[in-house]
Write a protein that binds this ligand. Structure first.
Ligand code: NAD
Ligand code: LMR
Length: 334
């Protein structure tokens, strides 16, 4: 059934089967920035995902070592490594899902926007590659500042004529993961039972947890609301400060990225009722609850009823978001 014939190539001997050809059922996924703090645990977790048949690991440094290491895991996905910009196109060709944690992280005292000068160019180059080699892929963009890098990618895709708002998603899942954890702590619940919608964007006041819509239904005192909102909005900074110069969230981010990528793949497979929060490009540019399906985002849900605290927060979020979006759009148009 499996071992069709023996194959000898450049000294390697193996029995050719559907797995060796990367032909087993499942999706083809590329991670760009795969040798980084997020990229490595993300690669490991995606190698464990049964929905993945082929995993491409691309970076400008160290991807051969990470690829060799991950490829020894006895899970289904075939792993291939790609190093340096002249292998970017090979890394992207044929991919169903592209996950991008490429770029520099924050150090204490920096805002996410301070990363713009370096990461904007990285995201632009990568987006040009996607437009050329896998324009139909779902894109999960992690690189900060997300509020500006997603508009950059959208502009690149528009210029290339490949823009499909359903397929470009900024990853804000870590905000939801944190919100579930912190809310569960306050309520004395298991975080797996808690679901907190977080909308807006992915920086400071643009991160807007909707505590009035937490499931299971509950209520919070003014002090709890202020504590939770502030902790969720500053979760990234909490980790940056604790790491004291050694980077930002990597392990919780890899977990969140895999949770989100898995939702995208289940949507692509045609599963019903896959609903998550993500930064989408159609309002324009706002993190919302979305339904994921065969073409990416198939429905964007309205915010729902907000209380007064959330209405004030929404105005603040919109004001700051506008500037970050414009910054990304003008960079990409230059
Ligand atoms: P890191 O420095 O550990 O890893 C980044 C990797 O990107 C490195 O391996 C680097 O070689 C690679 N890289 C640099 N330029 C590249 C290019 N042109 N093409 C491909 N790869 C390239 O950083 P990290 O901790 O993994 O964080 C990566 C990014 O993710 C940062 O911008 C960080 O702010 C962001 N981040 C976002 C979220 C979120 O919730 N969206 C959460 C955490 C971190
Ligand atoms: C996070 O929220 O952890 C990331 O955006 C990284 C950062 O710089 O805070």
């Amino acid at each position: 059934k499996y071992c069709v014939f023996l194959k000898v190539e450049e000294g390697n001997l193996w029995r050719s089967d559907c797995r060796a050809k990367g032909g087993s059922p499942g999706f083809k996924v590329a991670i760009l920035g795969a040798a980084g703090g997020i990229g490595q645990p993300l690669a490991m977790l995606m190698k464990m995902n049964p929905l993945v048949s082929v995993l491409h690991l691309y970076d400008v440094v160290n991807s051969p070592g990470v690829t060799a290491d991950i490829s020894h895991m006895d899970t289904g996905a075939v792993v291939r490594g790609f190093l340096g910009q002249n292998q970017l196109e090979d890394a992207l060709t044929g991919m169903d899902l592209v996950i991008i944690p490429a770029g520099v992280p924050r150090k204490p005292g920096m805002t996410r926007d301070d990363l713009f000068n370096i990461n904007a160019g990285i995201v632009k180059t990568i987006s040009e590659g996607i437009a050329k080699c896998c324009p139909k892929a779902i894109v999960n963009l992690i690189s900060n500042p997300v509020n500006s890098t997603v508009p950059i990618a959208a502009e690149v895709f528009k210029k290339a004529g490949t823009y499909d708002p359903r397929r470009l998603l900024g990853v804000t899942m870590l905000d939801v993961v944190r919100a579930n954890t912190f809310v569960a702590e306050v309520l004395g619940l298991d975080p797996r039972e808690v679901s907190v919608p977080v909308v807006g964007g992915h920086a400071g006041v643009t991160i807007l947890p909707l505590l009035s819509q937490v499931k299971p239904a509950c209520s919070f005192t003014k002090e709890e609301t202020e504590y939770l909102t502030s902790r969720i909005q500053n979760g990234g900074t909490e980790v940056v400060e604790a790491k004291a110069g050694a980077g930002s969230a990597t392990l919780s981010m890899a977990y969140a990225a895999v949770k989100f990528a898995d939702a995208c793949l289940r949507g692509l497979r045609g599963d019903a009722g896959v609903i998550e929060c993500a930064f989408v490009t159609e309002l324009p540019f706002f993190a919302s609850r979305v339904r994921l399906g065969r073409s990416g985002v198939e429905e964007i849900y309205p915010l729902g009823p907000l209380n007064e605290y959330e209405r004030v927060g929404l105005e603040k979020a919109k004001k700051e978001l506008g500037g970050s979006i414009d910054k990304g759009v003008s960079f990409a148009k230059k």
